[in-house]
Design a protein around this ligand. Structure first.
Ligand code: URA
Length: 274
């Protein structure tokens, strides 16, 4: 931070304020200057919640403090568009480029990169997480941050690595501040992750954490109740064995639960060997 401290705020205080923001999840600056959203909200009406807003590309930057120029896509239209684009993709590369062009998910606005997948598309085993975090957004790859490092160790414990697995997320763009994706955002992204499963056609799916398990298994039952038991996922006319298990980020917070994850990993290893 090179900015000179102001008269009333010391350098140490500024650093402390920045640290506080990072801890609250504000870990990227989207603009050079702060925007007073409270002042803005008195000047304009709040858009309908059902409407999604996307910037019109190639238009000149809007003058502050007005809101960015936007186009709106209702959630239903966004899901229909995602379904159509996903269904039209007959290869993973086509799916990736469809997602790059897809404008129906607002998460794109704050995300730096589409986080499509990592690993081996020929793998027998496909792992699905919730959504990218900061490091994943920076690198455009899933599970490369702290939980990714733990995931790599978990895979190594059963003789796997990124050359022998395929990894993706339910949601392909980082939610700002690592918040949980909304149900609408998840539904908008669902056709893409389901098409990805169809195209990879793995023998085994590993669902990392509650959001991934709930979305892919279409259930409301929490992960602690369904983890460790094989489920079936039918997609594209094929039935795939799915193992819901604990998310590595949860295991970082609750290391004592690693023993449960280990039991699940052994079941996965046995299914792959069987
Ligand atoms: N958590 C996830 O669910 N996915 C990632 O890619 C990283 C962290």
């Amino acid at each position: 931070m090179n900015a000179a401290p102001s008269q009333n705020v010391s350098h140490a205080q500024m650093l402390e304020m920045l640290r506080w923001q990072v801890e609250a999840g504000v870990d990227i600056a989207l603009d050079d200057m702060p925007i007073d959203r409270f002042a803005e909200s008195t000047q304009r009406t709040i858009p309908e919640p059902a409407k999604r807003s996307l910037p019109v590309r190639d238009s000149p930057p809007p003058s502050r403090p007005s809101a960015p120029t936007v186009v709106a896509m209702p959630d239903g239209a966004a899901v229909a568009s995602a379904r159509e684009m996903a269904a039209g993709a007959v290869t993973l590369e086509a799916l990736r480029s469809a997602m790059e062009q897809f404008e129906g998910c607002n998460l794109r606005l704050a995300a730096k990169n589409l986080v499509f997948a990592d690993g081996n598309p020929q793998a027998k085993i496909m792992l699905i997480g919730e959504a990218p975090g900061r490091e994943e957004d920076e690198q455009g790859l899933p599970f490369v941050g702290r939980s990714g490092h733990l995931l790599d160790k978990m895979l190594a414990a059963i003789g796997l690595d990124r050359n022998s697995v395929y990894i993706t997320n339910v949601v392909a763009w980082r939610p700002p501040g690592n918040r949980t994706p909304t149900p609408q955002e998840t539904e908008i992204c669902r056709p893409f992750v389901e098409r990805q499963i169809e195209l990879v056609a793995p023998q085994v799916l590993v669902l990392l954490g509650s959001p991934a398990a709930k979305t892919i298994l279409n259930t409301q039952v929490g992960i602690t109740q369904i983890r460790g038991r094989w489920a079936k996922v039918t997609l594209g006319g094929q039935e795939i064995d799915a193992m819901p298990t604990l998310h590595p980020a949860y295991l970082l917070r609750q290391p004592a639960q690693k023993k449960l994850a280990w039991q699940d990993l052994l079941k996965i290893r046995m299914r792959l060997d069987g």
